[in-house]
Design a protein around this ligand. Structure first.
Ligand SMILES: Cc1cc2nc3c(=O)[nH]c(=O)nc-3n(C[C@H](O)[C@H](O)[C@H](O)COP(=O)(O)OP(=O)(O)OC[C@H]3O[C@@H](n4cnc5c(N)ncnc54)[C@H](O)[C@@H]3O)c2cc1C
Length: 418
């Protein structure tokens, strides 16, 4: 194997320091492996920074579930704030669109929900343990997550509750009074609520992942800031080419979130990864009217999360190219709706945009690349990557060490698409 600029052969190089990469690096280091974590930016500066901070026990039914068909007519107009789609992108990626829709059947949904339930359960356990170990326990709120309907949502709330109960996820249906008791500072716009009582949330997902990265560094893990240009097999290991040199390692973990497919193309892997883009904007809170937990406005298709810098309003899904110019139409539509629920002041900073990386079955890839020994894939976590990063990392580190992952990782095998 050739010598890299670092002059040492690492056991593992982890590419991407979002929640997934940081988690993989941390657990691999815990297992005694020498690890280098590389990112062009500080840890958690991209998707793992800008999300809604929900550690969800109940997000096991992906967007492409049977109920999508009922909503499809309203989405086809391309005016709904829940989903906007770029017709040119959709025509060019028709194969992905067709495969995504083909998964929205009861037969395809049950096994995926079962798989995601195992992944989220294992991950929530790790988050609760790590956030304390990382010295950031004050960042987690065990107050659940409220989904709320303005109109007649009782049947929908009960149906969702029954569905979640099938997978052992507890939730509570609330009326207007129940919602007011839970969130005394919001205006009484909601008639029905569903409290996901086992869900937690944090006041800064970026700072939580940064705390995990410090925990990894505290174990002697190395963090390198550089642009990753390519990876190539080298002897019985791998060589990673960076903007400022090369690093040889026995194993390479690709955890580049929405950028993962680019790096794998030269190795002959065509990953069917699409981007469910989303936006957030933060607003100065009114301290006398604080939110106690994230609220998902079911009719408005947006979220409001109390964060350390203010109330973060996140938008629905925009299906388009990862790097297409931003369009704030969806965000602009939902901010007034959020103001009708909770009082808040002027915007803090600029709007943020991120891309949820999504495979046609909405399950991430977690496991070995099918045609290359020592190449591990960990990406495609769609709407729930902040929740599921830790168990994904733990599974990859376990597989590299030749032991069992903390959940059944078979449904997440990269081989299903590659
Ligand atoms: C609006 C929105 C709200 C969300 N809300 C939630 C939520 O409440 N709960 C939840 O669980 N999930 C949520 N998600 C999803 C979650 O944020 C993502 O699934 C998760 O952050 C993905 O993490 P990652 O580590 O895979 O990717 P990322 O965090 O994007 O990390 C990838 C890293 O790779 C680096 N990188 C890429 N290319 C290169 C290169 N060539 N060289 C060097 N570095 C490179 C990037 O700098 C980046 O740091 C939300 C997403 C969005 C967009």
């Amino acid at each position: 194997m050739s010598d890299g600029v670092t002059g040492k052969l690492a056991d593992v190089i982890v590419l991407g320091a979002g929640v997934v990469g940081v988690s993989a690096a941390y657990v691999a280091r815990q297992r005694g492996l020498s690890v280098i974590l590389v990112d062009r930016r500080e840890p958690a500066s991209e998707t793992s920074y800008g999300n809604a901070g929900i550690l969800s026990s109940g997000s096991i039914l992906p967007l492409n579930q049977p109920s999508l068909w009922k909503s499809l007519p309203k989405y086809l107009t391309n005016r709904h704030h829940a989903l906007r789609w770029n017709p040119v992108w959709s025509a060019r990626n028709l194969d992905w669109v067709v495969r995504f829709l083909a998964n929205a059947t009861p037969a395809h949904t049950k096994p995926r929900a079962t798989a995601l339930r195992a992944l989220t359960g294992a991950s929530l356990k790790l988050h609760r343990e790590w956030i304390v170990k990382a010295g950031a326990p004050e960042r987690i709120r065990e107050t659940g997550w409220l989904k709320a309907w303005r109109g007649d949502g009782l049947a929908a709330a009960k149906a969702e509750q029954a569905l979640l109960a099938e997978y052992g996820v507890r939730s509570e249906v609330l009326d207007r009074q129940g919602i007011s008791a839970l969130e005394p500072n919001i205006l009484p716009v909601y008639t029905v609520g569903l409290l996901h009582s086992e869900t937690a949330s944090v006041d800064s997902p970026g700072n939580v992942v940064k705390a995990y990265a410090r925990m990894y560094a505290g174990l002697g893990g190395e963090i390198r800031q550089a642009e990753i240009r390519s990876i190539m097999p080298d002897g019985d290991g791998w060589r990673t080419v960076l903007s400022d040199g090369e690093i040889p390692a026995r194993h390479v973990v690709v955890a580049l979130g929405p950028w993962s497919a680019d790096l794998l193309r030269p190795l002959g892997y065509r990953v069917p990864l699409a981007f469910e883009r989303g936006y957030h904007r933060e607003f100065k809170p009114n301290p006398a009217r604080s939110l106690l937990r994230p609220i998902h406005d079911a009719d408005g298709a947006f979220l409001m999360s109390p964060m350390e810098n203010g109330i973060r309003v996140t938008s629905g899904v925009e299906l388009t190219a990862r790097d297409a110019p931003s369009s704030y139409a969806q965000l602009d539509m939902v901010v007034p709706l959020a103001r009708s629920v909770v009082e808040f002041g002027e915007a803090v900073g600029e709007p943020w945009r991120g891309a949820r990386p999504t495979l046609p079955d909405s399950l991430p890839m977690i496991g070995p690349a099918p045609r290359h020994v020592g190449l591990w894939l960990a990406f495609g976590h769609q709407h729930i990557g902040f929740t599921t990063g830790p168990a994904t990392g733990a599974a990859i580190a376990a597989m590299i060490s030749g032991t069992q992952p903390p959940f059944d990782a078979a449904p997440f095998s990269p081989g299903r698409y590659l």
